[in-house]
Design a protein around this ligand. Structure first.
Ligand SMILES: C[S@@+](CC[C@H](N)C(=O)[O-])C[C@H]1O[C@@H](n2cnc3c(N)ncnc32)[C@H](O)[C@@H]1O
Length: 259
């Protein structure tokens, strides 16, 4: 499956607004000491990058991403003096003499071809005793707004079954996440849920990002006919009810291990 990462502003309105909320709790949970040297893989529009800069008192943060538009967005919007934002290529993880103190990613692991190999590379670029950490959304159970979207899509179109992120990303379950961290040779592994509330001011606030954003859900919507798109929107509107704001739970699994 080829996920396209482009249109940074639309991504930020679709997922970035939620990953930003969650990243703050993730950084607090990591508890990395002050003056650490950080590497972030797949910074997107900077949700975790800004949390590290604002909450963790880093010595330096190198944030990288393969999507030029996302790198440009971060360079424009994030101005922390300790931060460097850099483009990278798939499979290429930056290194630093002595290794990074913390090598992290927020909602990236499941989009990489072989998550355990990526974790192994993250481990290799980390100093001995340093921390490798990642979050993934709990697509199959606890990430309500995406699960509701895919459940509705599958109910109307069986071809959506293979695209359902709850089925597509087995790594997003705690046991599989633990196995991948173990396979990568990480020690003292901890996996915990982190939950936020996604509050949509209206149905339009819920639905519009699926029409304009990047990512698996919007890519699916963009391939529908106008009639099928309307049918999906109507089904979702019915299932969500008329009360606003629409408050849903979004749970992620946070994982960390020591090199
Ligand atoms: C779901 S987004 C998460 C973005 C951001 N971390 C957040 O929390 O909102 C996945 C990001 O991973 C990036 N990405 C995908 N493959 C990558 C790779 N091999 N190396 C670095 N970044 C990658 C994408 O460009 C995209 O920005």
């Amino acid at each position: 499956m080829n996920d396209r990462w482009e249109n940074a502003a639309a991504y930020d309105g679709f997922m970035g607004r939620w990953s930003r909320l969650l990243a703050r709790q993730f950084v607090e949970w990591l508890g990395i000491r002050s003056s650490a040297v950080w590497l972030e893989i797949g910074c997107g529009t900077g949700s975790m990058t800004s949390a590290i800069c604002e909450l963790a008192d880093p010595a330096s943060v190198l944030a990288c991403d393969t999507a030029p538009d996302f790198v440009a967005y971060c360079k424009k919007h994030l101005t922390h003096p300790q931060l460097t934002v850099a483009p990278t290529t798939p499979g290429c993880i930056p290194s630093v003499a002595g290794g990074f103190d913390a090598v992290v990613s927020n909602f990236v692991l499941n989009f990489l071809p072989v998550p355990a190999s990526a974790l192994q590379q993250m481990r290799e670029t980390c100093r001995p005793g340093g921390c490798v950490a990642a979050t993934v959304w709990d697509y199959s159970e606890g990430m309500d707004f995406l699960r509701l979207f895919w459940d509705a899509a599958v109910a109307l179109d069986s071809a959506a079954e293979k695209l359902h992120e709850g089925r597509r990303f087995p790594i997003c379950r705690p046991d599989a996440l633990r196995s991948a961290f173990e396979l990568a040779g990480l020690l003292d592994i901890r996996i915990e849920p982190i939950t936020i509330v996604t509050a949509f001011s209206s149905f339009e606030d819920f639905w519009e990002p699926f029409v304009s954003g990047p990512g698996p859900g919007p890519t699916y919507v963009s391939g529908l006919t106008e009639a099928a798109r309307q049918q999906l929107a109507d089904r979702l509107r019915d299932s969500l009810g008329s009360a606003t704001p629409i408050r849903l739970q979004a749970r992620a699994w946070a994982a960390k291990g020591v090199r």
